[in-house]
Ligand binder design. Structure first.
Ligand SMILES: C[S@@+](CC[C@H](N)C(=O)[O-])C[C@H]1O[C@@H](n2cnc3c(N)ncnc32)[C@H](O)[C@@H]1O
Length: 287
């Protein structure tokens, strides 16, 4: 079978072997062909970006979520060294501390309540000065056993083993919610956003940390999700920043939005870590 080229979207036979000699300068038709191909490619990339960026997130199955959580749990056991947590804690502290201080200044009182949603064993809310902290994670029983002496010990700390899609707290309970590097690990991220809004007091703050991918990287990851070998087990979701903004869905005021870590790779293969400060509107439902 002969190789074919795409010209203006139509597959045609490659006539080069008969007509062109390698020494010839490119003909006008070759030039027009290259331009057309470039344009087509650009259009396709644009469409791909739009689809990936605005597309609704496909909800994962319960089984996929179980695979993610099992991968999360075994990743801790595989490291075989609970002191790794100290290193993770000090590198995360460098990023979160200035935001925590900013929120403390905004709240401007000593006693306020913080919920750390998807706290993991790092429990980053420990860096808030206020003593009233609640840590929520579905793997909390495991963390309490495995990292026994590493979890925060303050008397007013409460540890809750629960998924964040439905948390066992009354509405308007907390002044601050920390939601750091967890939404892409979860079962129904949009429900978690709604649940955080429910349990926050009006005017309360959220410190959201989240990895995002450029639309093309997201597309590649979506394909990888369909394979056994290349799927990133602990991360069932891949978000573009567009997905994140539409998930927030006008529910929160965006007070600040920073890119804290990013890799610029050609063709939009971006991976970025965003940190946002959000606020639940004081009155009414929508931001
Ligand atoms: C990468 S860890 C991040 C932990 C911590 N926030 C940090 O930044 O170090 C993600 C955590 O999200 C938790 N998680 C997964 N699904 C969740 C869900 N449905 N609700 C709440 N937390 C969840 C996992 O158990 C895991 O501890």
């Amino acid at each position: 079978m002969q190789a074919s080229v795409i010209r203006g979207g139509t597959p045609l036979e490659d006539e080069r072997s008969e007509d062109a000699s390698w020494g010839d300068p490119p003909s006008l038709s070759t030039f027009v062909f290259l331009q057309a191909t470039g344009r087509k490619l650009q259009e396709k990339i644009k469409i791909l970006k739009l689809v990936a960026d605005s597309g609704e997130l496909t909800m994962i199955t319960e089984n996929r979520y179980k695979i993610a959580q099992e991968a999360e749990r075994t990743s801790h056991i595989r490291k075989k060294d609970i002191n790794i947590l100290d290193r993770r804690l000090s590198s995360a502290q460098k990023i979160v501390l200035p935001y925590i201080q900013q929120i403390e200044n905004l709240i401007n009182k000593d006693n306020f309540s913080v919920v750390d949603v998807g706290s993991g064993p790092t429990c980053l809310a420990r860096f808030f000065k206020s003593p009233h902290k609640t840590y929520v994670d579905p793997l909390m029983d495991f963390y309490q056993e495995y990292y026994r002496e590493k979890l925060p010990v303050a008397n007013n700390s409460t540890f809750v083993a629960s998924m964040a899609e439905k948390m066992p707290f009354p509405s308007d309970s907390f002044d601050v919610a920390l939601c750091y590097n967890m939404l892409d690990h979860t079962f129904k991220p949009a429900n978690i956003v709604a649940e955080i809004k429910r349990i926050l007091k009006p005017g309360g703050y959220v410190l959201l940390g989240i990895y995002t991918h450029g639309p093309i990287l997201k597309f590649v990851r979506t394909l990888a999700e369909k394979t056994v070998i290349f799927k990133e087990k602990p991360h069932p979701y891949s978000f573009t920043i567009g997905n994140v903004i539409s998930m927030l869905n006008g529910e929160f005021l965006i007070r600040q939005c920073d890119i804290r870590k990013g890799r610029e790779i050609p063709f939009d293969f971006k991976r970025r870590f965003y940190v946002l400060i959000l606020q639940k509107p004081a009155h009414g439902n929508k931001a």
